[in-house]
Design a protein around this ligand. Structure first.
Ligand SMILES: Nc1ncnc2c1ncn2[C@@H]1O[C@H](COP(=O)(O)OP(=O)(O)OP(=O)(O)O)[C@@H](O)[C@H]1O
Ligand SMILES: O=P(O)(O)OC[C@H]1O[C@H](OP(=O)(O)OP(=O)(O)O)[C@H](O)[C@@H]1O
Length: 211
């Protein structure tokens, strides 16, 4: 039997949509796939080994080659800048990155503080805008930072906009749209091209069908 292709799946938000996409592409995943607490799930019939990782870590597993493929948000790709190839925009888990903060704030502070889970993305963005800022890295509850005076602005994901509204914050600038991507280790791409290309073609067909 051929070696299993290892796919790093992000636990959490993206997981269900990604699993659904695989099912729509005709892959038979076990019914307990979405409910399992296992971190390694072999689906030998389809030739896959899934590893379940923290979303931010998916490109790390793929870069190191312990996963051939992975699914990661564009936000994570831009933050991590790992040595992997992006094969497909899966068009799932759409959201966007934005700069936000309290309403009616003067924008002329010197080196305003920006709280974010994405220090590299934020630093690059403000550098490109020619603005000097101080980045404060947080791991969650980013919207709290301007409310309690830790930061003047935040760079964070917005999806429905509820978190901003319920915390009395407003969007200053929309930075970029984020969707999830299929990524591959460059060596796996060369060595396992047949298996990788079959998966890519089957998923691409579903994406096209969905429009
Ligand atoms: N409303 C949203 N908030 C955060 N991420 C979102 C949202 N909508 C889609 N996404 C996508 O989901 C990914 C994050 O998934 P998830 O929230 O499960 O992981 P996480 O940020 O590591 O969460 P936690 O730290 O709470 O485990 C992001 O990389 C992004 O591409
Ligand atoms: O626009 P919305 O639909 O409200 O979604 C955006 C919120 O969701 C995410 O947080 P998450 O729920 O992952 O919690 P966190 O604070 O642990 O990052 C993100 O960081 C925003 O806070």
């Amino acid at each position: 039997m051929e070696d299993l292709i290892t796919i790093a799946m992000p636990k959490g938000r993206i997981f269900e949509e990604a699993a659904e996409l695989l099912r729509q592409a005709g892959y038979q995943l076990p019914p307990e796939f979405e409910d399992s607490r296992k971190l390694i799930i072999d689906v030998e019939k389809e030739g896959f080994r899934f590893i379940l990782a923290k979303p931010m870590d998916v490109p790390t597993y793929v870069e190191h080659g312990v996963a051939d493929l992975g699914i990661a948000g564009k936000d994570v790709m831009l933050e991590e800048e790992r040595d992997v190839y992006e094969l497909l925009d899966l068009n799932i888990s759409e959201c966007y990155l934005a700069v936000a903060g309290l309403p009616n704030t003067k924008m002329n502070d010197v080196a305003p503080k920006v709280a974010t889970k994405y220090p590299n993305v934020a630093a690059r963005y403000f550098r490109e805008q020619g603005e000097q800022v101080e980045i404060i890295k947080l791991n969650g509850s980013i919207e709290l930072a301007p409310l309690i005076g830790l930061a003047d602005r935040i760079v964070d994901i917005v999806s429905t906009g509820r978190t901003l509204i319920e915390n009395g914050l407003v969007e200053y600038e929309r930075m970029m749209t984020i969707t999830s991507r299929l990524i591959v280790n460059p060596v796996s791409y060369r060595m396992k091209d047949e298996q990788v290309n079959e998966l890519v073609e089957r998923i691409a067909e579903v994406i096209e069908r969905k429009g």
